[in-house]
Design a protein around this ligand. Sequence first.
Ligand code: CA
Length: 220
Amino acid sequence: METLIDGIPSGDFHHGGRIKIGPDDKLYSTTGDARKSEIAQDIESLGGKILRLNLDGTIPKDNPFGNSYVYSYGHRNPQGLAWDEAGQLYESEHGDSAHDELNKIDPGKNYGWPEIQGDEQKPDMVKPLIHSGEKTWAPSGMAYFDGKLYFAALRGEALKSYDVKSGKLTNIITGSGRIRDVFVDEEFIYFISNNTDGRGNPDEKDDKLYRLPLSRLNMP
Ligand SMILES: [Ca+2]
């Protein structure tokens, strides 16, 4: 076993923790603010960030900040990552007292935490594509297929879709409890419940991995 990167701040909560290999063959990792919100704005800190690494753990030469793993910053507790067919990255993130976010992620950009949330604006900070307002989604894993972002919601107890072009948000699955992660291919959507994580109400057969034909989703 080999350590690719260490020194990521940690704490009781807000760890981020998603890792995915992007279409550019780089390793992306989400890191939370570890409940020290000020580190999200500090590009010297690895907390409150999306990080981008070569697969051998070295820093890619084309990362936005010189000799730094930091790809984007100002994140509170970033969760899901997904890329569209053009290689554009999207991210889901837990906000503070609701205001959960979906963001379109571009290299070197500042996503605002803890300076702005919801519809607030400040110069050189990027607002989310959409946020949950006073409701909580607690978004987790995310996948992209054919113009839509599919994301799992824990507290929201749903699988949701977000149409990138129209901005329409739809609950496509409810009634399965806390949803942790989602995967989509051309025919099927897969998602996994997480009712046994200590915050849900599991039944005897939890947790479950579900698979549904995309054609059955009956989406608008
Ligand atoms: Ca934000």
